[in-house]
Write a protein that binds this ligand. Structure first.
Ligand code: ATP
Ligand code: MG
Length: 435
């Protein structure tokens, strides 16, 4: 390997040890008799000291050729140094140039000059060399790990369902059609139909972390046309409270995990993870409606972005950053949600709102074949197009429920990012298909 140690693995106690470090040239400083290269690797910075009298001519030649952001590997000895930021530096024996960077760079990566979002996204790999940008994605990786561990702990099975499908679950307008041999298919908007079908399979509890596609023209800071959906579905529930209990536990476990494991990256972001006050309040839609109406807001069948934000402010004043909104009118909810027969017009659907924005939607699903077909008709869907799905409900389907949560929304909100594009490396929206 071109590297024996990362910056994080070196210390003043290693004085005299021969090591090989590698990374990108962050800065070049030339004071004549003494020169420095500041190297950046995944975990931090390394000072390479070049005293003219103590290094080879080859090393000096190498220094003169270097440009910022070039890639080098340096073999040398660790030297204890009080003047160096880390308390140690590297005295090189050999510098190998692995890749020279062109000049000028298309953007500043030192974090000193802020670049436009488009410039950053066009040069995303360079952008990731900024500590704060890299920190977000190191943390995102921990969110995924935390979610996954929370699921395994709860005996969920990880599954992967198809992303090319014959029918959509979340309404026709936002489907991306794909030419599939000699017919049309769609990119799935969510794994909804498939995870529900699996409830009839004895796997009992399944989860998936995978892409979901929505042709959303809405140019917002919280929508992408491709996002990562975290979904689960669980069988044999008594009612939707089982699903909410589970979600609350998963959210708390994941945030605790990231808070603990992500410390160094959170420090770079100058941000801590706030653990939401638990139990999360469970407000009914009608309660939310009257809270908002007191504020002079008129609410229809569903909550709009501004309603959610206003509620978020009210709940934050009471110390709650996460809360459920349950018992939505069935009219605004998809066909697969179970209606509440005791409260006609309402459903067993809920949302989890986090910092005044929707983070997840879930509920108890309709598992009774006849009622499901009835609901499809009510929603104007042709049940013949869903034969593959309905078939799973004919031969023994337990009561079940589940949720879908946007990973990028979770990361964005937990880390206080302003735009969802900051929570995905290569975002896809109406205007962007590359890189
Ligand atoms: P919203 O009303 O915020 O557009 P939705 O109710 O249409 O969301 P759901 O179908 O309930 O979305 O999807 C479940 C979750 O997936 C949402 O709560 C959200 O976190 C996430 N999500 C949905 N659409 C997008 C998108 N276009 N980009 C990023 N995340 C999304
Ligand atoms: Mg929703």
């Amino acid at each position: 390997m071109k590297r024996s140690h990362y910056s994080i693995q070196l210390s003043p106690e290693m004085d005299g040890q021969r090591v090989t470090v590698a990374g990108w040239v962050y800065e070049l400083r030339d004071f004549g008799g003494i020169k420095f290269i500041i190297l950046r690797d995944k975990y931090g910075y390394i000072q390479v000291v070049i005293p003219k009298k103590k290094v080879s001519q080859e090393t000096l030649n190498c220094f003169s050729k270097l440009t910022k952001e070039s890639v080098i590997s340096v073999t040398g000895t660790v030297q204890k140094s009080e003047k160096a930021k880390n308390g140690w530096e590297i005295l090189p024996e050999k510098i190998e140039i692995l890749s020279l960077a062109e000049t000028p760079l298309p953007m500043d990566v030192s974090g000193k000059i802020e670049s436009e979002m488009d410039t950053r996204l066009d040069n995303r790999v360079l952008d990731l060399r900024q500590d704060k940008v890299r920190a977000v994605f190191m943390l995102r990786s921990l969110f995924v790990k935390g979610l996954r561990e929370a699921m395994y702990e709860r005996d969920f099975v990880e599954v992967h369902t198809p992303k090319i499908a014959a029918a959509g679950a979340e309404g026709g307008a936002s489907l991306f059609p794909v030419q599939y041999f000699d017919q049309w298919a769609f990119l799935t908007q969510s794994p909804q139909l498939y995870k529900q079908m699996l409830m009839a399979s004895t796997l009992d509890r399944v989860f998936e972390i995978g892409p979901a596609f929505r042709a959303e023209p809405s140019d917002t800071s919280r929508h992408l046309s491709e996002f990562t959906s975290f979904d689960y579905e669980m069988a044999y529930i008594t009612d939707y409270n089982d699903v909410m209990d589970t979600l609350e536990g998963i959210i708390l476990d994941t945030l605790e995990f990231v808070k603990k494991e992500g410390k160094p990256w959170l420090e770079i972001l100058e941000r801590d993870i706030e653990i939401p006050k638990s139990p999360f309040p469970r407000l009914t839609f009608e309660e939310v409606k009257s809270i908002l109406e007191e504020e002079g807001r008129k609410v229809g069948n569903d909550l709009g972005t501004e309603d959610e934000k206003a509620l978020g402010r009210i709940m934050a004043e009471k110390g709650y950053i996460a809360y459920f909104i349950k018992d939505y009118p069935e009219e605004g909810k998809p066909f697969y949600i179970m209606e509440n027969d005791e409260k006609p017009g309402y459903s067993f659907a809920f949302d989890l709102d986090y910092y005044g924005e929707e983070l997840a939607s879930g509920g108890q699903r309709e598992h009774r074949y006849d009622r499901l077909v009835e609901r499809m008709k009510k929603k104007g869907l042709n049940s013949n197009n869903f034969e593959f799905y309905l078939r799973a409900f004919k031969y023994g389907m337990p009561p079940h429920g589940g949720i879908g949560l946007g990973l990028e929304r979770f990361v964005m909100k937990a880390l206080g990012l302003k735009n969802i594009r900051d929570a995905v490396i290569f975002p896809r929206d109406q205007w962007r298909l590359v890189p």
